[in-house]
Design a protein around this ligand. Sequence first.
Ligand SMILES: Nc1ncnc2c1ncn2[C@@H]1O[C@H](COP(=O)(O)OP(=O)(O)OP(=O)(O)O)[C@@H](O)[C@H]1O
Ligand SMILES: [Mg+2]
Length: 308
Amino acid sequence: MKAIEVNNLTKNFGKTKAVDDISFSAEEGKITAILGPNGSGKTTTIKSICNIIIPDGGSIKINGKSNIKSIDRIAALFEGTRNLYWRLTPIENLRYFAGIRGLGGKKIELKIDELMERFNLTDKKNTLVNNLSRGMQQKVAIAMTLVCDTDIIILDEPTLGLDVESCLDIKEVLKSISVDMKKTILLSTHDMHLVQDICDDVIIMAKGKIIAHDAMNNLLDMFRNMTYEFILNKSVTDECMKNLLETGYEFYFSNNNTVLEIDISDSQIIYNIIDLLRNNNLSIKEIKQSNINFERVYLNLTGGGVNK
Ligand SMILES: Nc1ncnc2c1ncn2[C@@H]1O[C@H](COP(=O)(O)OP(=O)(O)OP(=O)(O)O)[C@@H](O)[C@H]1O
Ligand SMILES: [Mg+2]
């Protein structure tokens, strides 16, 4: 079942084609990520779905109905830190947000308590948001999207500006929203770990277009057979590295430059690489197929340049 359906969405800002005739859908109950370099149209797409931006063309459906008619099925969180009232506590923020949507009373109070508990915020629920860490603030902001119990949660860069630990925390929070609360999540991000660890489907945008849309596992499989690791007996010197890179092959060096990885489309190329290493006096200890990570898939598809 399609929770969100976008057909031929187009939005221009003057001469900028922010979103250029894109179509995709996000499946009910899944986590779908939109990735892409800065300015590729992620936020414009998300804001169009939430009816905050009026598109120039195309249609958007939520659970089969026009997004304008079913906007109350979505709760969204946008980039930045202005999603909360800093002089209110988490509880007051959630209560206020529910109130805007005409909800209140005992049921909402219980819901707020449940969310505070779920996100490990119970001991901070009466502390002013201003005095919470950035990670905690983001958890409160995500909790706000859940207080009205909509089916679909849309998050624009939920881990932006957070440290590693807070990102892990948010990752757990999102997983719990998906698995335990059974919500559909559409999010945009630059966080490859978040995508690889929790997202089911991935949409990659570049310059307003969709360049890839597939299940996370399919994308990883597509590249898994292509990545080889050459473990060397000694570190590659700077000069040698320069020589290797000048050959036009895209090498990645790691482990103190003792491991060299390469993505190859044709297994015959392995022999060329072996020759190349031999010519550079590099002896090979082991060759193995590498565990592909999603960052590499992304780099392959977008032609490099992860924008953080
Ligand atoms: N309100 C606006 N007025 C003019 N141009 C805009 C506006 N909003 C977005 N754009 C332009 O549209 C393009 C897409 O922007 P958008 O914010 O959707 O990208 P994004 O993928 O979310 O980027 P980022 O990763 O930086 O958040 C960019 O070229 C941007 O400059
Ligand atoms: Mg954006």
